[in-house]
Design a protein around this ligand. Sequence first.
Ligand code: XMP
Length: 519
Amino acid sequence: MQFHRHNEKILIIDFGSQVTKLIARRVRDLGVYSEIITPRQASKMNNFNSIKGIILSGGPSTVTKKKFETVPKFFFHKKIPILGICYGLQLIAKIFKGKIKSSKKRREFGRAFILKKNNSILTKKFFKPKSSVWMSHEDAVVKLPKNFKSIASTKDSKLTIIENAKDKIYGVQFHPEVTHTDNGLQIFKNFLFLICKVKKGWNIKSQRERLIQEIKNEVKNEKVICALSGGVDSSVAALLINKAIKKKLTCIMVDTGLMRKNEFKVIYKIFKDKYKLNVKLINASRQFFQKLKNISNPEKKRKIIGNLFIKIFEKEAKKIKNVKFLAQGTLYPDIIESRSSTGSKTSKIKSHHNVGGLPKKMRLKLIEPLKEFFKDEVRILGRSLGLDNRIALRHPFPGPGLGIRIIGNITKEKVRILQESDGIFINELIKNKLYYKIWQAYAALLPVKTVGVMGDSRTYEYTCLLRAVTSEDGMTADYFNFNGDFLDKISYKIINNVKGVNRVVYDITSKPPSTIELE
Ligand code: XMP
Protein backbone atom coordinates (compact mmCIF):
# COMPACT_ATOMS: atom_id res chain seq x y z
CA MET A 1 0.00 0.00 0.00
CA GLN A 2 1.17 3.51 -0.77
CA PHE A 3 0.94 6.08 1.99
CA HIS A 4 0.97 9.57 0.66
CA ARG A 5 2.99 12.27 2.20
CA HIS A 6 1.30 15.61 2.35
CA ASN A 7 -0.05 16.11 -1.15
CA GLU A 8 -1.32 19.63 -0.49
CA LYS A 9 0.66 21.98 1.63
CA ILE A 10 1.14 25.59 2.61
CA LEU A 11 4.71 26.78 2.60
CA ILE A 12 5.79 29.30 5.21
CA ILE A 13 8.97 31.24 4.60
CA ASP A 14 10.51 32.12 7.95
CA PHE A 15 12.14 35.53 8.02
CA GLY A 16 12.94 35.10 11.69
CA SER A 17 9.87 36.27 13.59
CA GLN A 18 9.40 34.93 17.11
CA VAL A 19 5.91 33.78 16.16
CA THR A 20 6.44 32.03 12.82
CA LYS A 21 5.73 28.70 14.48
CA LEU A 22 2.29 29.98 15.39
CA ILE A 23 1.50 30.53 11.70
CA ALA A 24 2.24 26.87 11.04
CA ARG A 25 0.14 25.87 14.03
CA ARG A 26 -2.88 27.89 12.90
CA VAL A 27 -2.75 26.43 9.40
CA ARG A 28 -2.45 22.87 10.70
CA ASP A 29 -5.19 23.44 13.25
CA LEU A 30 -7.43 24.32 10.30
CA GLY A 31 -6.72 20.92 8.79
CA VAL A 32 -4.07 21.83 6.23
CA TYR A 33 -0.46 20.68 6.34
CA SER A 34 2.10 23.48 6.57
CA GLU A 35 5.84 23.49 6.49
CA ILE A 36 8.33 26.17 7.51
CA ILE A 37 11.46 26.76 5.43
CA THR A 38 14.22 29.36 5.52
CA PRO A 39 14.72 31.95 2.75
CA ARG A 40 17.88 30.11 1.78
CA GLN A 41 16.02 26.83 1.38
CA ALA A 42 13.38 28.72 -0.57
CA SER A 43 15.95 30.01 -3.02
CA LYS A 44 16.91 26.43 -3.90
CA MET A 45 13.39 25.18 -4.48
CA ASN A 46 12.42 23.82 -7.83
CA ASN A 47 9.39 21.64 -7.18
CA PHE A 48 6.20 23.50 -6.35
CA ASN A 49 3.75 20.70 -7.20
CA SER A 50 2.10 20.23 -3.84
CA ILE A 51 2.30 23.86 -2.74
CA LYS A 52 -1.09 25.51 -2.68
CA GLY A 53 -0.16 28.71 -0.94
CA ILE A 54 2.83 30.62 0.40
CA ILE A 55 2.99 32.69 3.58
CA LEU A 56 5.85 35.13 4.14
CA SER A 57 6.43 35.58 7.87
CA GLY A 58 7.47 38.57 9.91
CA GLY A 59 11.09 39.15 10.84
CA PRO A 60 13.71 41.62 12.01
CA SER A 61 15.07 42.51 8.55
CA THR A 62 14.19 45.84 6.90
CA VAL A 63 13.60 46.50 3.21
CA THR A 64 14.66 50.13 3.75
CA LYS A 65 18.31 49.02 3.79
CA LYS A 66 20.32 47.97 0.78
CA LYS A 67 20.60 44.36 1.88
CA PHE A 68 17.51 42.60 3.13
CA GLU A 69 16.11 39.09 3.47
CA THR A 70 14.04 38.02 0.50
CA VAL A 71 12.89 35.17 -1.72
CA PRO A 72 13.62 34.86 -5.42
CA LYS A 73 11.31 36.81 -7.74
CA PHE A 74 10.06 33.59 -9.38
CA PHE A 75 8.04 32.88 -6.23
CA PHE A 76 5.71 35.66 -7.33
CA HIS A 77 5.19 34.27 -10.81
CA LYS A 78 4.09 30.76 -9.96
CA LYS A 79 0.42 31.68 -9.78
CA ILE A 80 0.44 30.38 -6.20
CA PRO A 81 -1.43 32.65 -3.76
CA ILE A 82 0.82 34.58 -1.37
CA LEU A 83 0.10 36.14 2.01
CA GLY A 84 2.72 38.42 3.55
CA ILE A 85 2.58 39.04 7.29
CA CYS A 86 4.32 42.10 8.81
CA TYR A 87 7.81 41.97 7.22
CA GLY A 88 6.21 39.74 4.56
CA LEU A 89 3.86 42.59 3.62
CA GLN A 90 6.74 45.06 3.46
CA LEU A 91 8.69 42.70 1.24
CA ILE A 92 5.75 42.37 -1.14
CA ALA A 93 5.42 46.16 -1.21
CA LYS A 94 9.13 46.54 -1.96
CA ILE A 95 9.14 43.95 -4.74
CA PHE A 96 6.11 45.52 -6.43
CA LYS A 97 7.49 49.04 -6.22
CA GLY A 98 5.57 50.46 -3.30
CA LYS A 99 7.22 52.73 -0.77
CA ILE A 100 8.30 51.71 2.72
CA LYS A 101 9.46 54.10 5.39
CA SER A 102 11.23 53.45 8.61
CA SER A 103 10.04 55.79 11.25
CA LYS A 104 10.25 55.80 14.99
CA LYS A 105 7.15 57.99 15.02
CA ARG A 106 5.08 55.63 12.98
CA ARG A 107 6.03 52.50 14.83
CA GLU A 108 3.27 50.43 16.37
CA PHE A 109 3.78 47.88 19.13
CA GLY A 110 0.81 46.17 20.69
CA ARG A 111 -2.87 46.63 20.11
CA ALA A 112 -4.22 48.87 17.32
CA PHE A 113 -7.76 49.44 16.05
CA ILE A 114 -8.31 48.56 12.43
CA LEU A 115 -10.68 50.27 10.00
CA LYS A 116 -12.15 48.66 6.92
CA LYS A 117 -11.75 50.56 3.68
CA ASN A 118 -12.66 48.09 0.95
CA ASN A 119 -14.02 44.59 0.59
CA SER A 120 -11.66 41.69 0.07
CA ILE A 121 -11.99 37.91 0.11
CA LEU A 122 -9.16 37.87 2.63
CA THR A 123 -11.21 39.81 5.16
CA LYS A 124 -14.61 38.15 4.68
CA LYS A 125 -16.27 37.92 8.13
CA PHE A 126 -13.08 39.32 9.69
CA PHE A 127 -14.04 42.85 10.68
CA LYS A 128 -16.12 43.47 13.74
CA PRO A 129 -17.01 46.88 15.10
CA LYS A 130 -13.81 48.05 16.82
CA SER A 131 -11.62 45.13 15.73
CA SER A 132 -8.19 45.29 17.23
CA VAL A 133 -5.08 43.72 15.81
CA TRP A 134 -1.60 42.99 17.20
CA MET A 135 1.17 45.11 15.75
CA SER A 136 4.93 44.91 16.06
CA HIS A 137 6.69 47.04 13.47
CA GLU A 138 8.76 50.13 12.85
CA ASP A 139 8.71 50.17 9.05
CA ALA A 140 5.45 50.91 7.30
CA VAL A 141 4.22 50.86 3.72
CA VAL A 142 3.46 54.47 2.81
CA LYS A 143 2.71 54.15 -0.90
CA LEU A 144 0.75 51.29 -2.45
CA PRO A 145 2.68 49.00 -4.75
CA LYS A 146 1.58 48.77 -8.39
CA ASN A 147 -1.78 47.04 -9.01
CA PHE A 148 -2.52 46.79 -5.28
CA LYS A 149 -5.56 48.09 -3.41
CA SER A 150 -5.85 49.21 0.18
CA ILE A 151 -8.25 47.13 2.28
CA ALA A 152 -7.78 48.49 5.79
CA SER A 153 -5.85 50.99 7.86
CA THR A 154 -5.07 51.91 11.44
CA LYS A 155 -4.44 55.31 12.95
CA ASP A 156 -0.69 55.03 12.42
CA SER A 157 -0.40 52.91 9.31
CA LYS A 158 -2.58 53.75 6.36
CA LEU A 159 -1.86 50.52 4.52
CA THR A 160 -2.52 47.79 7.06
CA ILE A 161 -4.02 45.30 4.62
CA ILE A 162 -3.32 45.36 0.88
CA GLU A 163 -4.25 43.08 -1.99
CA ASN A 164 -3.71 42.36 -5.61
CA ALA A 165 -6.73 40.12 -6.06
CA LYS A 166 -5.98 39.33 -9.69
CA ASP A 167 -2.58 37.81 -8.88
CA LYS A 168 -3.76 36.58 -5.47
CA ILE A 169 -1.09 38.44 -3.51
CA TYR A 170 -2.10 39.76 -0.09
CA GLY A 171 -0.35 41.47 2.78
CA VAL A 172 -1.24 42.29 6.38
CA GLN A 173 0.87 44.51 8.61
CA PHE A 174 -0.43 42.96 11.84
CA HIS A 175 -0.04 39.42 13.20
CA PRO A 176 -3.20 37.37 12.61
CA GLU A 177 -1.46 34.32 14.11
CA VAL A 178 -1.35 35.68 17.67
CA THR A 179 -4.39 35.40 19.89
CA HIS A 180 -4.28 39.13 20.69
CA THR A 181 -5.58 39.84 17.18
CA ASP A 182 -9.38 39.65 17.24
CA ASN A 183 -10.64 37.02 14.86
CA GLY A 184 -7.18 36.47 13.37
CA LEU A 185 -7.98 32.87 12.48
CA GLN A 186 -10.55 34.14 9.96
CA ILE A 187 -7.74 35.63 7.87
CA PHE A 188 -6.14 32.17 7.62
CA LYS A 189 -9.49 30.49 6.91
CA ASN A 190 -10.13 32.88 4.04
CA PHE A 191 -6.62 32.59 2.68
CA LEU A 192 -6.64 28.79 2.78
CA PHE A 193 -10.15 27.90 1.72
CA LEU A 194 -11.31 30.84 -0.39
CA ILE A 195 -8.05 31.97 -1.97
CA CYS A 196 -5.75 28.91 -2.08
CA LYS A 197 -8.80 26.64 -2.29
CA VAL A 198 -7.17 23.83 -0.35
CA LYS A 199 -9.19 20.99 1.08
CA LYS A 200 -9.46 20.48 4.79
CA GLY A 201 -8.45 17.00 5.79
CA TRP A 202 -4.93 16.87 7.13
CA ASN A 203 -4.61 15.71 10.68
CA ILE A 204 -1.96 13.96 12.64
CA LYS A 205 -3.93 10.75 12.96
CA SER A 206 -4.08 10.45 9.18
CA GLN A 207 -0.28 10.29 9.24
CA ARG A 208 0.01 7.40 11.66
CA GLU A 209 0.05 4.54 9.18
CA ARG A 210 2.47 6.37 6.91
CA LEU A 211 4.86 6.93 9.82
CA ILE A 212 4.70 3.29 10.84
CA GLN A 213 5.34 2.18 7.28
CA GLU A 214 8.29 4.56 6.94
CA ILE A 215 9.86 3.18 10.11
CA LYS A 216 9.43 -0.39 8.82
CA ASN A 217 11.02 0.54 5.49
CA GLU A 218 13.95 2.24 7.14
CA VAL A 219 14.73 -0.17 9.94
CA LYS A 220 14.08 -3.43 8.05
CA ASN A 221 15.55 -6.18 10.24
CA GLU A 222 17.94 -4.06 12.27
CA LYS A 223 17.82 -3.18 15.96
CA VAL A 224 16.83 0.19 17.46
CA ILE A 225 17.48 1.64 20.88
CA CYS A 226 15.76 4.53 22.53
CA ALA A 227 16.22 6.48 25.75
CA LEU A 228 12.82 6.55 27.36
CA SER A 229 12.24 9.33 29.86
CA GLY A 230 8.50 8.99 30.23
CA GLY A 231 8.03 12.45 28.73
CA VAL A 232 5.47 12.76 25.96
CA ASP A 233 7.98 12.91 23.11
CA SER A 234 10.11 9.87 23.87
CA SER A 235 7.02 7.90 24.92
CA VAL A 236 5.15 8.52 21.68
CA ALA A 237 8.27 7.85 19.62
CA ALA A 238 8.73 4.54 21.44
CA LEU A 239 5.10 3.48 21.00
CA LEU A 240 5.14 4.33 17.32
CA ILE A 241 8.38 2.47 16.67
CA ASN A 242 7.16 -0.46 18.72
CA LYS A 243 4.05 -0.64 16.50
CA ALA A 244 6.33 -0.82 13.49
CA ILE A 245 9.10 -3.20 14.59
CA LYS A 246 8.02 -4.74 17.90
CA LYS A 247 10.82 -6.42 19.85
CA LYS A 248 13.56 -5.05 17.63
CA LEU A 249 13.20 -1.89 19.71
CA THR A 250 14.84 -1.77 23.13
CA CYS A 251 14.04 1.16 25.42
CA ILE A 252 16.45 2.15 28.14
CA MET A 253 15.26 4.11 31.15
CA VAL A 254 18.07 5.63 33.18
CA ASP A 255 16.89 6.46 36.69
CA THR A 256 19.03 9.38 37.80
CA GLY A 257 17.49 9.46 41.26
CA LEU A 258 16.39 12.98 40.37
CA MET A 259 12.92 12.11 39.20
CA ARG A 260 9.63 12.94 40.87
CA LYS A 261 8.36 10.69 43.63
CA ASN A 262 7.65 7.16 42.31
CA GLU A 263 7.52 8.54 38.81
CA PHE A 264 9.94 6.20 37.12
CA LYS A 265 8.49 3.06 38.65
CA VAL A 266 5.00 3.96 37.47
CA ILE A 267 6.18 4.75 33.95
CA TYR A 268 8.29 1.60 33.78
CA LYS A 269 5.30 -0.52 34.76
CA ILE A 270 3.06 1.15 32.19
CA PHE A 271 5.51 0.50 29.38
CA LYS A 272 6.41 -3.00 30.42
CA ASP A 273 3.04 -4.37 31.49
CA LYS A 274 0.52 -2.34 29.54
CA TYR A 275 2.35 -1.82 26.26
CA LYS A 276 4.62 -4.87 26.48
CA LEU A 277 7.65 -2.92 25.37
CA ASN A 278 11.13 -4.25 25.60
CA VAL A 279 12.28 -1.88 28.35
CA LYS A 280 15.25 -1.89 30.70
CA LEU A 281 15.28 0.16 33.87
CA ILE A 282 18.74 1.16 35.08
CA ASN A 283 19.03 2.47 38.59
CA ALA A 284 21.97 4.87 38.46
CA SER A 285 21.06 7.20 41.30
CA ARG A 286 24.17 6.39 43.35
CA GLN A 287 26.46 7.44 40.53
CA PHE A 288 24.55 10.68 40.01
CA PHE A 289 24.64 11.62 43.70
CA GLN A 290 28.32 10.86 43.84
CA LYS A 291 29.18 13.03 40.84
CA LEU A 292 26.97 15.87 42.04
CA LYS A 293 28.45 16.02 45.53
CA ASN A 294 29.16 19.63 46.56
CA ILE A 295 28.31 21.02 43.11
CA SER A 296 26.04 24.04 43.23
CA ASN A 297 26.71 25.88 39.97
CA PRO A 298 23.63 25.38 37.74
CA GLU A 299 25.53 24.94 34.49
CA LYS A 300 27.97 22.50 36.07
CA LYS A 301 25.07 20.47 37.42
CA ARG A 302 23.42 20.36 34.02
CA LYS A 303 26.66 19.26 32.36
CA ILE A 304 27.38 16.57 34.92
CA ILE A 305 23.88 15.17 34.71
CA GLY A 306 23.83 15.28 30.89
CA ASN A 307 27.25 13.67 30.46
CA LEU A 308 26.73 10.95 33.01
CA PHE A 309 23.38 10.17 31.47
CA ILE A 310 24.98 9.65 28.07
CA LYS A 311 27.77 7.55 29.56
CA ILE A 312 25.36 5.20 31.30
CA PHE A 313 23.07 5.03 28.30
CA GLU A 314 26.00 4.15 26.05
CA LYS A 315 27.20 1.45 28.40
CA GLU A 316 23.78 -0.17 28.50
CA ALA A 317 23.30 0.17 24.77
CA LYS A 318 26.59 -1.62 24.12
CA LYS A 319 25.26 -4.65 25.93
CA ILE A 320 22.76 -5.07 23.11
CA LYS A 321 24.70 -6.34 20.12
CA ASN A 322 24.48 -4.99 16.58
CA VAL A 323 22.31 -1.95 17.14
CA LYS A 324 22.00 0.23 14.04
CA PHE A 325 19.55 2.97 15.01
CA LEU A 326 19.00 5.42 17.81
CA ALA A 327 15.43 6.69 18.12
CA GLN A 328 14.75 10.18 19.42
CA GLY A 329 11.57 12.13 20.06
CA THR A 330 12.79 15.27 18.32
CA LEU A 331 9.91 17.63 17.55
CA TYR A 332 9.32 20.11 14.74
CA PRO A 333 10.12 23.19 16.87
CA ASP A 334 13.54 21.65 17.68
CA ILE A 335 14.22 21.33 13.97
CA ILE A 336 13.08 24.87 13.20
CA GLU A 337 15.06 26.33 16.07
CA SER A 338 18.20 24.49 15.09
CA ARG A 339 18.61 26.50 11.90
CA SER A 340 19.14 30.19 11.64
CA SER A 341 16.97 32.28 9.33
CA THR A 342 19.60 32.02 6.64
CA GLY A 343 19.46 28.28 6.76
CA SER A 344 22.85 27.52 8.21
CA LYS A 345 23.03 25.37 11.31
CA THR A 346 24.47 28.08 13.52
CA SER A 347 22.42 28.16 16.67
CA LYS A 348 22.34 24.79 18.29
CA ILE A 349 19.04 24.22 20.08
CA LYS A 350 18.89 23.86 23.78
CA SER A 351 20.91 20.70 23.52
CA HIS A 352 20.65 20.39 27.26
CA HIS A 353 16.93 20.13 26.87
CA ASN A 354 16.87 16.68 25.43
CA VAL A 355 17.57 13.63 27.46
CA GLY A 356 18.74 11.62 24.46
CA GLY A 357 21.66 14.00 24.09
CA LEU A 358 22.93 12.24 20.96
CA PRO A 359 25.77 9.87 21.81
CA LYS A 360 27.78 10.78 18.73
CA LYS A 361 30.55 8.27 19.32
CA MET A 362 28.12 5.42 18.97
CA ARG A 363 27.80 6.06 15.23
CA LEU A 364 24.18 5.14 15.17
CA LYS A 365 21.74 6.28 12.54
CA LEU A 366 19.04 8.51 13.94
CA ILE A 367 15.35 7.91 13.55
CA GLU A 368 13.20 10.81 14.56
CA PRO A 369 9.63 9.92 13.60
CA LEU A 370 8.09 13.01 15.24
CA LYS A 371 10.24 15.62 13.61
CA GLU A 372 7.41 17.02 11.48
CA PHE A 373 5.07 17.65 14.39
CA PHE A 374 4.22 20.03 17.21
CA LYS A 375 3.77 18.90 20.81
CA ASP A 376 -0.03 19.07 20.74
CA GLU A 377 -0.05 16.97 17.58
CA VAL A 378 2.24 14.45 19.23
CA ARG A 379 -0.16 14.26 22.18
CA ILE A 380 -3.02 13.49 19.79
CA LEU A 381 -0.90 10.91 17.98
CA GLY A 382 0.00 9.41 21.35
CA ARG A 383 -3.60 9.10 22.37
CA SER A 384 -4.44 7.42 19.07
CA LEU A 385 -1.75 4.87 19.94
CA GLY A 386 -3.38 4.31 23.31
CA LEU A 387 -0.91 6.37 25.31
CA ASP A 388 -1.97 6.58 28.95
CA ASN A 389 -3.31 10.02 29.90
CA ARG A 390 -0.95 10.05 32.87
CA ILE A 391 1.84 10.34 30.30
CA ALA A 392 0.10 12.12 27.40
CA LEU A 393 -1.04 15.05 29.53
CA ARG A 394 1.89 15.30 31.88
CA HIS A 395 3.49 18.69 32.45
CA PRO A 396 6.91 19.17 30.83
CA PHE A 397 9.77 17.99 33.01
CA PRO A 398 13.39 19.03 32.41
CA GLY A 399 16.02 16.45 31.53
CA PRO A 400 18.19 17.26 34.59
CA GLY A 401 15.07 16.72 36.71
CA LEU A 402 15.03 17.74 40.35
CA GLY A 403 18.74 18.46 40.03
CA ILE A 404 17.88 21.96 38.80
CA ARG A 405 15.03 22.37 41.26
CA ILE A 406 17.25 21.98 44.29
CA ILE A 407 19.08 25.25 44.37
CA GLY A 408 22.64 24.85 45.56
CA ASN A 409 24.22 21.49 46.25
CA ILE A 410 22.25 18.29 45.95
CA THR A 411 21.94 15.67 48.66
CA LYS A 412 19.79 12.59 49.00
CA GLU A 413 18.00 14.17 51.92
CA LYS A 414 17.14 17.29 49.92
CA VAL A 415 15.81 15.13 47.11
CA ARG A 416 13.57 13.36 49.60
CA ILE A 417 12.25 16.65 50.99
CA LEU A 418 11.60 17.96 47.51
CA GLN A 419 9.93 14.78 46.26
CA GLU A 420 7.55 14.80 49.23
CA SER A 421 6.67 18.49 48.86
CA ASP A 422 6.28 18.28 45.10
CA GLY A 423 4.12 15.16 45.42
CA ILE A 424 1.72 16.98 47.75
CA PHE A 425 1.50 20.00 45.45
CA ILE A 426 0.88 17.98 42.28
CA ASN A 427 -1.67 15.67 43.92
CA GLU A 428 -3.65 18.64 45.18
CA LEU A 429 -3.59 20.20 41.71
CA ILE A 430 -5.02 17.01 40.26
CA LYS A 431 -7.61 16.64 43.04
CA ASN A 432 -8.75 20.22 42.60
CA LYS A 433 -8.95 19.92 38.79
CA LEU A 434 -6.28 22.56 38.32
CA TYR A 435 -3.52 20.37 36.87
CA TYR A 436 -4.69 20.56 33.27
CA LYS A 437 -5.31 24.30 33.44
CA ILE A 438 -1.62 24.80 34.14
CA TRP A 439 1.24 24.40 31.66
CA GLN A 440 3.74 23.41 34.30
CA ALA A 441 3.82 23.27 38.08
CA TYR A 442 6.44 22.10 40.51
CA ALA A 443 8.03 22.57 43.91
CA ALA A 444 11.65 23.64 44.31
CA LEU A 445 13.89 23.66 47.34
CA LEU A 446 15.70 26.87 48.22
CA PRO A 447 19.03 26.64 50.02
CA VAL A 448 18.00 29.13 52.68
CA LYS A 449 17.06 28.02 56.14
CA THR A 450 14.83 30.26 58.20
CA VAL A 451 13.46 30.27 61.71
CA GLY A 452 10.01 29.03 62.51
CA VAL A 453 8.00 27.80 65.42
CA MET A 454 6.21 24.47 65.51
CA GLY A 455 4.42 23.49 68.68
CA ASP A 456 6.51 25.02 71.37
CA SER A 457 9.84 24.61 69.67
CA ARG A 458 11.94 26.75 67.48
CA THR A 459 12.70 25.33 64.02
CA TYR A 460 15.40 26.23 61.54
CA GLU A 461 14.62 24.60 58.22
CA TYR A 462 14.46 24.88 54.44
CA THR A 463 12.13 26.95 52.29
CA CYS A 464 9.98 25.31 49.64
CA LEU A 465 9.11 27.37 46.59
CA LEU A 466 6.04 26.58 44.54
CA ARG A 467 5.85 27.54 40.89
CA ALA A 468 2.92 27.21 38.48
CA VAL A 469 2.70 28.87 35.09
CA THR A 470 0.43 29.07 32.08
CA SER A 471 2.04 29.16 28.67
CA GLU A 472 1.45 28.19 25.05
CA ASP A 473 4.90 26.91 24.20
CA GLY A 474 7.20 27.52 27.14
CA MET A 475 8.79 30.53 25.44
CA THR A 476 6.81 33.01 27.51
CA ALA A 477 4.77 32.28 30.61
CA ASP A 478 2.51 33.89 33.20
CA TYR A 479 2.31 32.77 36.79
CA PHE A 480 -0.95 31.04 37.68
CA ASN A 481 -3.31 33.00 39.86
CA PHE A 482 -4.34 30.55 42.61
CA ASN A 483 -6.86 31.62 45.16
CA GLY A 484 -5.44 32.22 48.62
CA ASP A 485 -7.32 29.30 50.20
CA PHE A 486 -5.71 26.82 47.85
CA LEU A 487 -2.21 28.09 48.55
CA ASP A 488 -2.99 28.10 52.22
CA LYS A 489 -4.00 24.44 52.07
CA ILE A 490 -0.84 23.41 50.19
CA SER A 491 1.38 25.28 52.62
CA TYR A 492 -0.35 23.67 55.58
CA LYS A 493 -0.04 20.18 54.10
CA ILE A 494 3.62 20.54 53.19
CA ILE A 495 4.66 21.97 56.54
CA ASN A 496 2.75 19.30 58.43
CA ASN A 497 3.84 16.34 56.36
CA VAL A 498 7.34 17.05 55.17
CA LYS A 499 10.09 17.03 57.70
CA GLY A 500 12.73 19.62 56.84
CA VAL A 501 10.53 22.45 55.55
CA ASN A 502 9.12 25.23 57.70
CA ARG A 503 8.26 27.88 55.09
CA VAL A 504 6.44 27.80 51.75
CA VAL A 505 6.54 30.63 49.22
CA TYR A 506 4.80 31.10 45.87
CA ASP A 507 6.72 32.49 42.88
CA ILE A 508 4.78 35.32 41.19
CA THR A 509 7.15 36.19 38.37
CA SER A 510 6.39 35.69 34.71
CA LYS A 511 8.73 34.74 31.87
CA PRO A 512 10.33 37.03 30.85
CA PRO A 513 11.95 38.36 33.04
CA SER A 514 12.21 35.03 34.90
CA THR A 515 12.47 31.60 33.33
CA ILE A 516 10.18 28.71 34.10
CA GLU A 517 12.87 26.68 35.84
CA LEU A 518 14.99 28.32 38.54
CA GLU A 519 18.34 27.13 37.18
P1 XMP B 1 12.97 27.77 31.00
O1 XMP B 1 13.43 27.47 32.38
O2 XMP B 1 14.09 27.95 30.02
O3 XMP B 1 12.19 26.48 30.51
O4 XMP B 1 11.99 28.90 30.96
C1 XMP B 1 11.38 26.41 29.37
C2 XMP B 1 10.86 24.99 29.27
O5 XMP B 1 11.95 24.09 29.03
C3 XMP B 1 12.04 23.13 30.06
N1 XMP B 1 13.45 22.86 30.35
C4 XMP B 1 14.07 21.72 30.04
N2 XMP B 1 13.63 20.61 29.41
N3 XMP B 1 15.79 19.65 29.61
C5 XMP B 1 14.49 19.56 29.21
O6 XMP B 1 14.09 18.53 28.66
C6 XMP B 1 16.31 20.75 30.24
O7 XMP B 1 17.47 20.80 30.57
C7 XMP B 1 15.40 21.84 30.46
N4 XMP B 1 15.53 23.06 31.03
C8 XMP B 1 14.33 23.66 30.96
C9 XMP B 1 11.33 23.75 31.25
O8 XMP B 1 10.89 22.77 32.17
C10 XMP B 1 10.22 24.51 30.56
O9 XMP B 1 9.14 23.66 30.22
